[in-house]
Design a protein around this ligand. Sequence first.
Ligand code: NAP
Length: 334
Amino acid sequence: MTVDSVPLNTGAKLPLFGLGTWQVKDETELTVALRAALDGGYRIIDTAHLYQNEHIIGEVLHEYISSGKIKREELFITSKLPFVAHAPEDVANCVESQLKALKLDYIDLYLIHCPCPFKHQEGNLLPLLEDGKLVFDEKTSHMDTWKELEKLYHAKKLRALGVSNFSAKQLEELYNQAEVKPSNIQVECHIYWPQEHLRSVCKKLGVTFTAYAPLGSPGRKAARPDGVWPEGDPLLEPVVQQLAAKYHKTAAQILIRHLTQHGISAIPKSISPDRIIENISTFDFKLSDEDMHALDTVPTRIRLFIFDFAVGHPLFPHDDVDETTTPKSGFKLH
Ligand code: NAP
C-alpha cells in the first residue's frame, strides 16, 4: 500500500500514516508488530523516551537496515524528549541515549513531548516525586530547551524538530522566537476532538499536523492506575459504523481515512498483525465531501487526554481543563 505524504518545512516528506507504539513494552509483541508494519509498508514508527521501548525498536530497525530490506532513508522515525529532560544540561545526553537505544545516527522528527517541564531525580531521568506528586521545573522555558534541540538539528542528529501537546498559543510563541522553525505538532485528534483552531494555526505557519489517538485510544484505560479517563469511543459512533458499511471498510479505516484525507498524519497503535494491515489499507478509497462533512460535524466533543498530572503547572496547555474538571488519580509513567 502506498502511503501519501506531505512536505515538511525542512524539505523532507512526512508520511501521512505510521505506527504508534505507546504502551507496547513487551519485546515479543513489539517485535512482531514492527515486522508486520515494516513488511506491510509502514515507514513512520512513533516512539518516545517515556514509552521505554526504543531499545526494542532499535533491534528491529537494525535487523531491517543491516539486511538491506529497508534503507535508512526510507524510514521516518519520530521520538520525543521526556518532560523531565527539558533543562538545557539534560537535552543532548537524553537524545544521545535515545539514538543509542534506537541504533540510529539520526532521528527524523524529534518532539518536545509535553509543554510542562518537571524535575528528575539526581543522577537519572526518573521523575522526582514529592508527596507522590511530580515537581514542576519552573526555571526552564520552551526556548531554553529549543535552543539545545536546534544545536542537535545543526549537528544533523535531529533532522526535524517539533512539539507535542502544545496549545496553539504556545506553538506560535515558539515559532516566532525559534531559529529552526517547528516542522510538526503531534496532539490528540479524532472525530470527537478535531482541533480545528490548532489546525488552522498550523496551516498558517506551515507546520504539519500529526494525530495521536486517531481511533480514540480504546486501550488508554490500561495506562492509569484507576482506569479513570473521560469516556468516548469514536469506533462506535453511529455515523462511522454507517460509513463503514457504505464503503465496505471497517470503522477504524473510516476514522483513519477521515484524518489523512484532511492532510493529517495518523499514527494508530496496534500489536495485531491483522489490524496493522487493516489500518494501512486506507489509501485506496476516498470519502465523499458529504461524508467528510458528516464526520467533521459529529455532535460529541470530548478531550480524552487531559494531562491532569500537570494541572496547575505554569505552562499547562489546555484552557478547557482545570482542577474542577479533572479526575484525580495520580500519575503512572508506563
Ligand atoms: P489509538 O491508536 O487511537 O488506539 C490504539 C488502540 O486501538 C489499541 O488498543 C489497539 O489495540 C486498538 N486498535 C488498533 N487498530 C484497531 C482496529 N483496526 N480496530 C479496532 N481497534 C484497533 O491510540 P493511541 O495508541 O493512544 O495513539 C496512537 C499513538 O500515538 C500511540 O501509540 C503513540 O505512539 C502516540 N501517542 C502520543 C501521545 C503524545 O503525548 N504525544 C499520546 C498518546 C499517543 P490492539 O493493539 O490490540 O490492536
